[in-house]
Every structure is written in C-alpha cells, then in structure tokens.
Design a protein around this ligand. Structure first.
Ligand code: 13P
Ligand code: ZN
Length: 276
C-alpha cells in the first residue's frame, strides 16, 4: 500500500488551474526549458484523514523558520519541471508540502495517481515561502505565486536606465492607460542576485511589501494574486506595455508615453474604484 492523498474535487480544481496557467506561460514563450515555478496555498483543502499513511511521511528541514506558515499546505511545482509538461501532467510535476507545526520543516504529502518518483520542490522554494509568510503575517488574501521568465520585462532590465522601480513604472504606466488601472502598485525591482539564494529571497520579500509584482534584474518576474488568473494578468499587462515600448523603438521612434497629468488622472480614478 502506498501513501496517497485520496481524490478530492477541491484539489482537482487547483491542479486544473495550475495546468491552465502553466500552459499560458509556455504559450507566451516565458517558459524555456524548466523556467519558472508556481506555488498555491491550498491550506484546508484536504484533511489528515484523507491521507492513507501506513508509513511515516518524508520530512525535510528548512534553513529558516516559517512560523507564520505553521501547519499550512502548498501545491508547489517541482524543480526542473517544464511548464509545457505541467500543463499536461500537473500531478506528476508538482508536490504538496505541509509546513510543520513549529515552522522549521515540511512534509511531502504524496498524491494519488502520482506514479513517477517525486522530485523535490522548486529551487526557489525559500522565496515562495518567504512571500507566503509575508502574506500570512499581514493577513491579505493572496494565495498564488508565479515566477516566470517574462521576456519583455527581463529585456528592459538589460538597460541601465531601467534598473529601478521608479524608471520602470514611469515607462510601463505610460505605454497604456490600463497598466495604471490594473497594476496601480507598479512593479518592484530587485538588482541582480544569485537565483535560489537567501539573499534574493530577502530582497524579494522586502519588495513585495510595496508591490504585487517584482522583476529580478536579467532573470524574470514574481507575482502574487488571489487566483492564478489574476496573478497571470499582472504579468501579462506589464509585458503588453513593455512590448508596445519595444515595438515603437523597433519602428524607429521613441514612444511619447502618457503625460504626468494623464497618469495622475488615472491614479485618481483607480483610487476612487478601489475605495468603492
Ligand atoms: P526550478 O526548476 O528549480 O523551479 O527553477 C526554475 C527557475 O526559473 C529558477 O529561477
Ligand atoms: Zn527563474
């Protein structure tokens, strides 16, 4: 007998959403090879009784303590997994982890029908857990984190003039009015730091105190949201703006951008909607 999580319609929905968004990332061209990773907070979607467990569940120690996440469960993509494979086989390319009651380790919860040997969670796990922890501490409703190699936004960070949140947001908001409407908090900027490191996790968490989406210089973006769709939308909208900018430059002209007063007008409108 194996350790398996019994079939559960709520969890099945999460797998469907994971598969759908993985397909979108692949279609967008943001997911070469194993690029990108996704985590979903699925706390409360299954009970201990739904795990048949003749043997002890595998436990992995964490270098940091995540007390704000104690007892919480996450669906996380496996390291090395391809988004195009996740789109077809979400269970085989992801794991469910549950943070221990003291926040210092996690257990791997085996999933029914997962016939392949389980790979470890993403190499960016500490950034994902750090961001989920920030969300838990402040009590906001975000459940989804997407990291992807969004080409257009990465390209911008190759330019010395776009290595700050201020310069990036001025450019991106100016390319299309809906960018300000749907991403009013703008994008945060993390200077180049080794991927998978504690240093990049810390810088990212700081950046998420002010933004719902951040860009890692010359690497990719991280975004958070309540659902996979609204998380994806934030990345998509900012990429649209970046694309407009590059398209204008390729056509041989520098885009005008929206004026400061036009941006202020949009900011006021956005604030009015968010307080209604
Ligand atoms: P993983 O395959 O470990 O998730 O890494 C992909 C990635 O994009 C690293 O930044
Ligand atoms: Zn990456």
């Amino acid at each position: 007998m194996t350790n398996n999580l019994k079939p559960n319609p709520l969890l099945e929905m999460q797998y469907q959403q994971l598969a759908e968004i993985a397909g979108c990332l692949w279609e967008k061209g943001w997911a070469e090879r194993n690029a990108g990773n996704i985590s979903l907070n699925i706390t409360g979607l299954f009970t201990d009784e739904s795990i048949s467990k003749p043997a002890k569940l595998q436990s992995v120690n964490l270098d940091e303590n995540y007390s704000a996440l104690a007892g919480m469960s996450f669906l996380v993509t496996c390291t090395g997994s391809r988004m195009r494979d996740l789109a077809r086989l979400p269970k085989e390319n992801s794991v469910i982890i549950r943070i221990s009651d003291n926040g210092s380790s996690y257990q791997l919860i085996p999933v029914a029908d997962n016939k392949l040997e389980t790979k470890p969670p993403t190499s960016e796990l500490i950034t994902h857990l750090g961001i989920h922890s920030l969300v838990a501490k402040r009590g906001t409703p975000e459940k989804v984190i997407i990291h992807t190699h969004a080409t257009e936004l990465i390209a911008l960070t190759q330019h010395p003039g776009y290595k700050s949140a201020e310069s990036l947001n001025h450019l991106l908001w100016g390319m299309h009015p809906e960018t300000m409407i749907f991403v009013p908090g703008g994008i945060g900027f993390v200077p180049y730091t080794l991927p998978g490191s504690e240093a990049i996790a810390k810088l990212s968490i700081q950046c998420f105190e002010q933004h719902d989406i951040i860009v890692w210089e010359k690497h990719g973006v991280f975004a958070i949201g309540e659902t996979v769709s609204d998380t994806f939308d934030k990345i998509d909208i900012l990429c649209k703006s970046a694309k407009i900018y590059f398209m204008c430059r390729s056509a041989g002209f520098v885009p005008e951008g929206l004026s400061l007063s036009q941006l202020d007008e949009l900011r006021t409108l956005t604030k009015k909607f968010s307080t209604q």
